[in-house]
Design a protein. Structure first.
Length: 248
């Protein structure tokens, strides 16, 4: 039996058999110069200060990868389309396999991801693709709802699901808790129910998980592939920055 470490959660090979049981149911205020100043030449606005770096890669040692996979195979089309966070032509590609009920994945997205986004994704140095690797029916349902929200809302939906993980993942009535989150994305109760009954979507989410496990050896979450190098377990912002810097 695989045992969960302090950095990741290990896969439950029998989880997929349980999945079917879950499917039940700002204004900018402009200023106007006074009339007597209209002929004056306005002073040049001072340059905006550069944003402070959120990470310090020199403060951490990049962990050694656990292996390497073929990048072309890793980037091949999946059962569900990849949603890219960052610029598509960024030189560093980060693939993350995560489960929505994984606490280490939640911690990565709340603590590490915002800093990596500011320093690397928003600056065009790297891009992130999150792929589904659900451990249990609730994680599967949450991923399905994120996909049903639409490609333009999927990332925001994932963010909210991680932010509110403690409220729904362990709730006695997970459907009611997830419905509240889905309604924030504009779903009606009927659309929510229809999404969770979509067996085609269910199969595609499971297929993405199966490909990660069978083709790339993913057996724990979070697992990252950075330009093909494999890292299993949650990484701090500085550790992830150090890994990214190796590929720049």
């Amino acid at each position: 039996m695989l045992v969960s470490s302090t950095r990741n959660r290990t896969s439950n090979p029998g989880a997929r058999a349980l999945f079917a049981g879950f499917l039940t149911a700002g204004i900018a205020l402009g200023s106007m110069a006074p009339a007597f100043a209209q002929s004056e030449t306005p002073a040049a606005a001072p340059a905006a200060p550069a944003a402070a770096a959120q990470t310090n890669p020199s403060a951490a040692t990049a962990p050694a990868p656990e292996g390497t996979v073929d990048v072309a195979k890793l980037m091949a089309p999946q059962a569900l389309p990849d949603i890219i966070i960052g610029k598509a032509d960024a030189p560093v590609t980060i693939i993350e396999y995560a489960s929505m009920t994984c606490s280490h994945c939640r911690d990565f997205h709340s603590e590490t991801y915002p800093k990596i986004k500011a320093d690397y994704l928003d600056t065009g140095k790297a891009k992130l693709i999150l792929r589904e690797f659900p451990f249990d029916p609730r994680a599967l349902g949450a991923f399905m709802l994120a996909r049903c929200a639409g490609d333009d809302k999927r990332t925001a939906m994932v963010d909210v699901l991680f932010d509110q993980q403690r409220e729904w993942a362990g709730a006695e009535n997970a459907s009611a808790a997830l419905l509240k989150i889905a309604q924030l994305a504009g779903m009606t109760q009927d659309q929510f129910a229809a999404c969770l009954k979509d067996t085609d979507l269910q199969g595609k989410v499971v297929a993405v998980q199966a490909a990660g496990q069978n083709e790339f050896g993913v057996n724990a979450t979070p697992t990252f592939f950075v330009n093909g190098d494999k890292y299993a377990g949650a990484l701090s912002a500085d550790e992830m920055a150090a890994v990214i810097e190796k590929h720049l």
